[in-house]
Ligand binder design. Structure first.
Ligand SMILES: Nc1ncnc2c1ncn2[C@@H]1O[C@H](COP(=O)(O)OP(=O)(O)OP(=O)(O)O)[C@@H](O)[C@H]1O
Length: 588
């Protein structure tokens, strides 16, 4: 003979409180939800019926019970047995078990959350369908009692339901006025029925973002948003706002969106509503068709959510493109604040790539410039994909009149690849260090010899700056010297590589650069085409040779835009003042 499962309610309550819900606070949401659903059900029957929820919390310090009264559909005696006292039984699913439209609840367990804070739950109800009032009293052990109030006690009971919670020991504070008010506002301020706590109405007619989206955003986010984008996905009854944060968010930061389902708060740290690249956007949305998990504290990760994520991402992206067309200054400011996310998007989205191309400043030998400016000036984008490499090569390239761009930060190199994929191989080209260094030619032997003789006189100065002087020949002739750091290793590697590739011309040239290495940390490459350097080659006064070499060193250091250490500043002062002294006749 078949048997029915028995249920130990205490075990179930323990399961709910420790494993399903994150806090006893959810009791407020569950009861509010039942009240609103009951009003929805009554309105389907009697469209003009009143829709109100009145909550009377326990006054601070007083004893007693919390009462929640709704003007909803109410329950008959049979329904009380059937729906309230059977776990998992709900009136909010259809015959096939699908959640019925318009209702918040669907699992048939929410009422049990009352036992997270209550010792005893009492419900007094009268059904809109008629019949006498009923009283249901249950305790956390699973015992309940049903009384039909067909006497004077029931005569005054209006259609609707009152639930009364007598607090568990140590849970009294959950039922007190201030906590209750805060919980009801948090979960229910958007609900489409009037909800009053201790006589004060806490619900609004329209969503709070409808009137002043930016002001509401500031309240929710704690910071004035950069902009508020209205978003909408009609297929899932979703409306709301996507807030663009002004800055200060890390691309790896967790997404945290504020999500309402049928105008009841699910949570304000909901993930997965936007694509990852949109890490600088926070949504506040209400949807009638996204699915909650059983705890109602997060969203069910299904295909609908995936489709919503894609659609919301598209709307944010469209806004960006529009912003670009209408407010160039704001676009530049935004990209500046969130360049990482936008760069990451540009790798897969061509319109974003164009936005990056137009707006994002890159470090170049011409200073900070957008890719577009740089391309306009130099045609192809010659780039190096390593920040240090760029620092070393930039002054040399600059001296050659060669435009070089630093693509050494996150996503840069991929963006260059994308540019090539879109605009063809002439759009961007990765430059090898050899290409830049090889442009430095050998000087006339006579000049080189004379210069090397003089440089021996400045050996102390060069040593002081851990620097080796190398005479070379390069354009522009107006530039006397270049300072190159640690290229040794780079050169050796390149020389070896080129050697392996057996290109005799390169191997010879690079070999000559490598062999005269002294191990100094820096190289002062002196330009034998420069008149000052040529005059240096003819100087006789050792003090003036030292002074000139140190001045050239400091000048090259400044040219390379490298940070000045104290000894560099000292060298700058010394050489500048001494040159000045000589200029005004101190050594005449
Ligand atoms: N205030 C109320 N007025 C009328 N009926 C109610 C009320 N509260 C609960 N009920 C009835 O009791 C049933 C069980 O409620 P319960 O909160 O346990 O589950 P639910 O709301 O159906 O689903 P969920 O677990 O998702 O909240 C409801 O389906 C509803 O029919």
């Amino acid at each position: 003979m078949p048997h029915t499962f028995g249920v130990d309610l205490r075990g179930i309550i323990d399961l709910l409180s420790h494993h399903l819900y994150s806090s006893p606070r959810v009791y407020a949401r569950e009861l509010l939800q039942n009240a609103v659903d009951a009003i929805t059900a009554r309105r389907a029957l009697q469209p003009d019926a009143p829709g109100e929820v009145a909550i009377e919390p326990i006054e601070p310090g007083a004893s007693g019970a919390l009462r929640i009264t709704d003007t909803g559909i109410g329950l008959t005696e049979r329904e009380v047995h059937d729906l309230l006292s059977t776990l998992g039984r709900t009136s909010k699913r259809d015959e096939l078990g699908f959640a019925r439209q318009g209702f918040l609840g669907q699992f048939g367990v929410g009422l049990l959350s009352a036992f997270l804070v209550a010792e005893r739950v009492r419900l007094v109800s009268r059904s809109a369908r008629g019949g006498p009032a009923v009283r249901w009293t249950a305790d956390a052990t699973g015992e309940y009692e049903v009384e039909v109030l067909d006497d004077a006690a029931g005569a005054g009971v209006p259609v609707g339901t009152t639930i009364e919670l007598a607090p568990r020991r140590d849970a009294e504070h959950w039922l007190e006025r201030d906590v209750v008010r805060a919980l009801v506002v948090e979960y229910g301020e958007l609900l489409p029925v009037r909800v009053a706590v201790a006589g004060e109405v806490v619900t609004a007619d329209a969503p709070p973002w409808a009137e002043d989206a930016l002001g509401y955003g500031e309240r929710v986010l704690g910071v004035r948003p950069f902009d508020a984008i209205p978003v909408e996905v009609p297929a899932v009854g979703l409306t709301g706002v996507a807030y663009v944060l002004p800055g200060g968010v890390h691309p790896g930061a967790r997404q945290s969106h504020r999500v309402y389902l049928k105008r009841m708060l699910v949570g304000d740290a909901i993930e997965g509503l936007l694509p990852e690249w949109a890490y600088f956007v926070r949504c506040v949305v209400d949807s009638s068709a996204l699915r909650p998990t059983a705890s109602r504290e997060s969203l069910y990760q299904d295909e609908t959510l995936l489709a919503v994520r894609e659609e919301l991402g598209r709307q944010v992206r469209d806004w960006l493109v529009r912003l670009d067309a209408t407010s160039p200054d704001r676009t530049a400011a935004l990209l500046d604040a969130h360049h990482l996310g936008i760069k990451s998007l540009a790798r897969v989205d061509d319109e974003m790539l164009r936005l990056v191309e137009r707006w994002l400043p890159f470090e170049t030998t011409d200073g900070g410039q957008s890719l577009r400016q740089f391309r306009r000036r130099h045609g192809a984008v010659a780039y190096v994909a390593d920040v240090d490499e760029f620092r070393q090569l930039a002054p040399v390239a600059h001296a050659q009149g060669m435009g070089l761009l630093n693509a050494g930060y996150a996503y840069d190199a991929e963006i260059m690849d994308r540019l090539v994929a879109l605009d063809g191989p002439a759009a961007a080209r990765r430059v090898a260090p050899t290409e830049v260094l090889a442009a430095l030619g050998d000087p006339e032997p006579a000049v080189e010899q004379a210069l090397r003789d003089r440089l021996r006189l400045a050996a102390d100065v060069l040593e002081r700056h851990d620097c080796e002087a190398v005479p070379r020949d390069f354009d522009p002739g107006s530039l006397p010297a270049l300072l190159v750091t640690n290229v040794e290793g780079e050169r050796r590697r390149d020389a070896e590589q080129v050697g392996e590739q057996a290109d005799p011309l390169w191997a010879e040239l690079l070999g000559s650069l490598v062999s005269d290495g002294s191990g100094a940390a820096q190289r002062l490459v002196l330009n034998c085409r420069n008149p000052l350097v040529r005059r240096l080659a003819g100087l006789d006064d050792p003090a003036l040779v030292e002074l000139t070499v140190e001045s050239l060193y400091v000048h090259a250091l400044l040219q390379a835009r490298r940070p000045m250490r104290p000894k560099d500043t000292a060298a700058l002062n010394r050489s500048y003042l001494e040159l000045l002294d000589r200029a005004v006749g101190g050594h005449a």
